[in-house]
Design a protein around this ligand. Structure first.
Ligand code: EPU
Length: 338
């Protein structure tokens, strides 16, 4: 395995930030991963998968370990379901397309999400009413401290909205090497209840959608709203949708009756950050090479040569203006790496 020095990460993060890693290594086997994690001469190690949920600062004094483990295998199957183990370096959307080619149901609502399979559990990726946890069985991970390969169950992963064990107690302690999913082979559960999907299916006059129809609808919606990272650098939603107490929600909605919201429980409400940001006038605005996407205010974009700091300064400005106007604090969803 070669350890490269002063390595540009521009092609390894979907924001296309031209950050420099002090060291960089690519691992293609679990043995190589264990070996590099055991090396004491690189005190700071940062794991990188598809690089789709990180904002890098400009020079990072660390060893970046790019996890490039490939492969999928069927572990078991019955007439109804199939369990598939997928290696961490498999591209997420290609995996979704592979499940559809095999008529395996479960991931279709999460079509076209950038990134790799191994990083999907960290923030429990989700879209259009479905989250990764809904078909997650377990994952294998190398524990950094002793390089043991361990299996974590769904319960141990403590999934929440854009959240898991790996963002809390388990932060920086494990490298996920594979994810095991359970998919349906028949009687698929069709999740078409999300407003935008219903509209898209109606547009195409589809009344009884298949999992492939759902995937096509999601792809059409995402392509119309979200920028393609290959064309315009971005990391999807930059902010999380804030979850507020009933008290804060009631004060907010009494002044903003037209605002969209989702009731989570009797006590908790989720307010779309994209709406809040749009109301503050940021949608489509550009500041140098950093900007707010014209079709989805939750997404910050790099027009060409924005630095991590420029994106971060824009994010800080947005957080401040939203807080002043609405009294609600929004926070980044992406990992900020300094
Ligand atoms: N909205 C606006 N202005 C905007 C954006 C949204 O007014 O600029 C309003 C919409 O009109 C709608 C509401 O906000 O009433 C919600 O918008 P949308 O359905 O587009 O979803 P979202 O809350 O903005 C979340 C996820 C997305 C995911 C979609 C669909 C988060 C942080 N983001 O966005 O995830 O694709 O729902 O399920 O939860 C991602 O994580 O990278 C991502 C794209």
């Amino acid at each position: 395995m070669i350890v490269l020095e002063h390595f540009s990460l521009k092609n390894y993060n979907t924001f296309s930030i031209d950050a420099t890693a002090r060291y960089f290594a690519e691992v293609t086997s679990i043995e190589e991963l264990k070996y590099i994690l055991s090396k004491k001469n690189y005190p700071r190690k940062i794991i990188i998968g598809g690089g789709s949920n990180m904002l890098l600062s400009d020079r990072i004094d660390a060893l970046f370990v790019h996890v490039d483990l490939k492969g999928k295998r069927i572990l078991s199957e019955s007439d109804e379901t199939v369990q598939v183990q997928v290696m961490a370096g498999e591209n997420w959307h290609e995996l979704v397309m592979w499940t559809l080619d095999n008529n395996f149901g479960g991931l279709e609502n999460m079509s076209l999400i950038p990134g790799n399979t191994g990083t999907a559990p960290i923030q429990n990726i989700g879209a259009y009413g479905v989250e990764l946890k809904d078909c997650f069985v377990s994952c294998d991970a190398v524990r950094i401290v002793d390089q043991e390969l361990v299996t974590l169950t769904k319960e141990e992963c403590k999934f929440g909205y854009r959240d898991s064990f790996f963002k809390n107690e388990g932060k920086d302690k494990f490298v996920i090497t594979s994810v095991t999913f359970s998919f349906t082979k028949k009687n698929h559960q069709i999740n078409s209840g999300y407003g935008a999907i219903e509209e898209q299916l109606q547009k195409e006059s589809i009344s009884i959608p298949t999992i492939k129809d759902i995937s096509n609808a999601v792809i059409a919606i995402r392509q119309s709203k979200l920028p393609d990272p290959k064309v315009l650098g971005n990391s999807g939603s930059f902010f999380k949708n804030p979850i507020v107490s009933k008290e804060i929600f009631e004060a907010f909605i009494s002044k903003n009756a037209e605002a969209p919201f989702y009731k989570i429980t009797d006590e908790l409400y989720k307010i779309p950050a994209g709406w809040l940001i749009e109301q503050c006038g940021f949608k489509g605005k550009r500041f140098g090479d950093a900007g707010v996407h014209k079709n989805q205010a939750l997404v910050l974009v790099n027009y060409d040569k924005a630095t991590g700091k420029e994106i971060l300064d824009l994010a800080a400005k947005i957080i401040e203006v939203v807080k002043t106007k609405f009294g609600i604090e929004i926070s980044p969803e992406v990992n900020l790496i300094k």
